[in-house]
Structures are given as C-alpha cells and as structure tokens.
Design a protein around this ligand. Structure first.
Ligand code: FMN
Length: 365
C-alpha cells in the first residue's frame, strides 16, 4: 500500500478531500533549486474550477512549504508542501458508504480499506488531491525550465470540437507564456459543450495533448523503466485518465512501416527526425525530439442523473441521485495535472541518469 512515485526523486501524496490538509513530500530533490512561487500559483490557478462550468467548491489553494526549503531555495532534504482545506461540506457524502457511485472509487475503496476509508468528498481518491500534485509538479517544472525543458498540455478535443490551434506544428504558440490549456478559438464552443451536458445532469470527457520540449536524448531504460512506462505510470495515477498514447498512438497500427518510421536528418548539426510518429521515443529511450503524447480523460463520474447502483447493507439493487459539488467536465482541469506529473516523471528520470544535482546545475551535455 505505497503512495509514492519515482526512483531517485520520489513524490508521496497524502491527504483527504475533507480532511484538514492535502500535501506532498518530495525526496531526492537537488539542493539550491529556486522555488518559483509565481509559476506554482499560476499552475494552481489553471487547475481551479472555472466560473460557470466548474464545481461550486471554491478553495484558495494557498500552499505552505513546511520543510526542505530555506530562503526561497530547496535545501536537498525532504520537502513537505501542504495545502489546507477550507471549503469542506461533508454531509453530502454519507450515503455513499452504502450506495457506491458508478464510475467512482467508492466500491473499490470499500474493498481495499475494509470500510475504514474516509468517504467524505471522495476522500483520498478526490480530484482535490491533484492540487498538491500540481504544486509539486510546478516546483519541479521551474527547475526543468532552467535546464531548457518545457512541458505544455492543452485540450485537443471535446466531442466534435477539435482544437488544432495549439498543436505541435504551431511553435509560435508553444513559446507563449503562460501556455493556454484551451485556445481562445475553441474556448467558447467547449464551454457550451460542457454546459449543455451539465444542464442535463450529465458530464463529458475529452482528450488532452502534451508536449515536452528540450529533453536530452538518452532518458529512459530499454525495458521496464522505458520513458513511456515511467511517464504513463505517472499519468495513470491521475483519477479519470483512462488512456495514454505516444506519437501517432493507436493510429500507428493502421500505418505502413514506410509511413510510421520517422526518417532521420541533420538539422543545425543535430540528428533530428522528419516526422514524430514515435513521439520522441525509440527503444524506451528519448531520441531528442519533443516527446508527444495524449491522454483520454473520462467524463466526471459524479453526475446528477439518476443511476443504477447497489445497496451494500441491504444487498439489493437500487438507484441513486448524487448530491455534492462536481464539475460537468474535468478535462481542462486535468491539463495542469498532466503537465505536473510529467514534470515529476521527467525530473525523476533526469535524476536517475545524471544524479541528484542534475536538476540544479544541469549536468546534461
Ligand atoms: C482535477 C480533477 C478534478 C476532479 N473532480 C471530480 C469531481 O468533482 N467529481 C468526480 O466525481 N470526479 C472528479 N474527478 C475524477 C475522480 O477523481 C476519478 O474519476 C476517481 O478518482 C476514480 O478514478 P478513475 O476514474 O481513474 O477510475 C476529478 C479528477 C481530476 C483530475
């Protein structure tokens, strides 16, 4: 029952949605990393529910670093970051002890923790915990940026609304700071799509697309700790992510070898590939091209429509109507979470390859 990710730079996530606080412990961080407070706040802001389409739960998300930092820089000892919960409303969730929500973790948690789990607001399984992940990821992202590595995630598709404005080819937009999770062109249509589902007591999902730029070639191991394995391990830790694909992804199955192979070429004295169907990874190891991947985010499981479930006490089938505060879509809110866990996974793999100090002094060639 371990809640820790990483080999050389580890992140442990703790807390419950309606407990006193959520937080992370980062261990294996290089000493001397400047804590970019503005970046952490920006990412936390991007994760917050939006007015209109978001849950009514409003949290300040002010973070505190309890250890592992001194005078604005990491010390290299375990860094504990907490965010205190302020806006709990627990009464809404008591009935979920006996009638688990379809699509959520209530039944699975009951089986694993034998009824001792904190059910309030989804407890340890709540999307609320992703705020702590985002803060930890942004802290590490600041260090990666110093090394010339950037991570960007945007909503690629919701229903039939596809947003190509922020795709890989559009390098000018990718340099924009802060990188928008939804482009201005798609925002209105996507918001309408979310609100229409919400008005019916339902929810919608979508696809996130991410790019990691500036990675050195040579990260990742050939088999079990391949770059894809470590990154998707981190990505699948996020509640609601049900699919991850790299490069051309599932579409590569329908290509011919002559199309799927990315031809090599020299550009500015560097070996590059002409296309990126393999997502910047060959043999489990980065090849120096941008790492390109997409995540399928499911519709929010807590919907207000009546649903079929079971009564665990009476041992009979029943139906339920969920109360509480939930977003009709979590796709856009999951975007900074995807970037955050990607930053943590990349930082871990850099630390494995170059040692703890790599994140600070940039030992990469
Ligand atoms: C940022 C974020 C916010 C979320 N908010 C909610 C929510 O308000 N209601 C809900 O039912 N699920 C929400 N989820 C999804 C659940 O956490 C997730 O579906 C649940 O833990 C079960 O995990 P699974 O979908 O991976 O099986 C959220 C997820 C994320 C990433």
């Amino acid at each position: 029952m371990k809640n820790t990710f990483g080999s050389a730079l580890t992140v442990t996530l703790f807390g419950e949605s309606h407990g006193s606080a959520i937080g992370v412990v980062l261990d294996g961080l290089a000493p001397g990393i400047e804590i970019d407070d503005a970046l952490i706040r920006l990412r936390l802001e991007q994760r917050k529910p939006r007015k209109g389409t978001g849950t009514a739960r409003r949290e300040g998300d002010a973070y505190q670093i309890l250890s592992g930092a001194y005078e604005g820089r990491t010390t290299g000892t375990p860094l504990c970051l907490v965010i205190y919960n302020e806006n709990q409303k627990s009464g809404d969730y008591e009935s979920l002890r006996t009638t688990p929500r379809p699509g959520h973790a209530d039944l699975a948690a009951e089986e694993k923790y034998h009824g001792y789990q904190d059910m309030r607001g989804g407890g340890h399984f709540s999307g609320r915990l992703t705020a702590a992940l985002v803060a930890a990821g942004a802290l590490v992202e600041g260090a990666l940026n110093q090394l010339g590595i950037t991570v960007a995630t945007h909503v690629l598709r919701m229903g039939s609304i596809r947003d190509d404005a922020l795709c890989e080819e559009n390098a000018a937009v990718l340099k924009e700071k802060p990188f928008p999770t939804i482009s201005d062109t798609a925002a209105e249509a996507m918001q309408k799509f979310i609100l229409a589902a919400g008005a019916e007591g339902d929810s919608v999902g979508g696809i996130l697309e991410s790019m990691i730029f500036g990675l050195p070639a040579g990260l990742g191991e050939p088999w079990f700790d391949s770059f894809e394995s470590v990154l998707s391990h981190a990505l699948f830790s996020i509640g609601g992510i049900k699919g991850v694909e790299f490069g051309a992804g599932f579409a590569i199955a329908d290509m011919r070898g002559s199309e799927a192979n990315d031809p090599f070429c020299f550009k500015d004295g560097r070996v590059m590939t002409e296309t990126n169907n393999n997502g910047g990874i060959n043999g489990g190891i980065t090849n120096g091209m941008p790492v390109l991947f997409r995540c399928a985010v499911k519709p929010t499981p807590s919907i207000y429509k009546e649903q079929r479930t079971v009564d665990l006490c009476k041992k009979e089938n029943t139906s339920m109507k969920i109360e509480g505060r939930h977003d009709p879509a979590i796709v856009h809110r999951a975007a900074p979470v995807v970037s955050a866990v990607s930053a943590l996974a990349v930082a871990d793999m850099l630390t494995v390859r170059y040692g703890t100090d790599a994140l600070k002094v940039g030992l990469r060639k």
